[in-house]
Design a binder for this molecule. Structure first.
Ligand code: SF4
Length: 59
């Protein structure tokens, strides 16, 4: 599993880091940063909840 965030479309809402802090953190600019690219169970839920579809998960 490889988790990625598209910084071009991320609107820095913080939803992913609230749902899955193990994988996503808020960066200096407020946008999401992937801190655990190998993912966790909550990563898919975060991806599904991202309002801009900026999170991709490759199996
Ligand atoms: Fe960015 Fe999506 Fe995370 Fe919101 S949920 S901070 S738009 S990646």
């Amino acid at each position: 599993m490889v988790v990625k965030v598209n910084a071009d479309t991320c609107i820095a809402c913080g939803v992913c880091s609230q749902i899955c802090p193990e994988v996503f953190e808020v960066g200096d600019d407020g946008k999401a940063v992937v801190v655990k690219p190998e993912g966790a169970d909550c990563a898919q839920e975060a991806a599904d909840s991202c309002p801009t579809g900026s999170i991709t998960i490759e199996e």
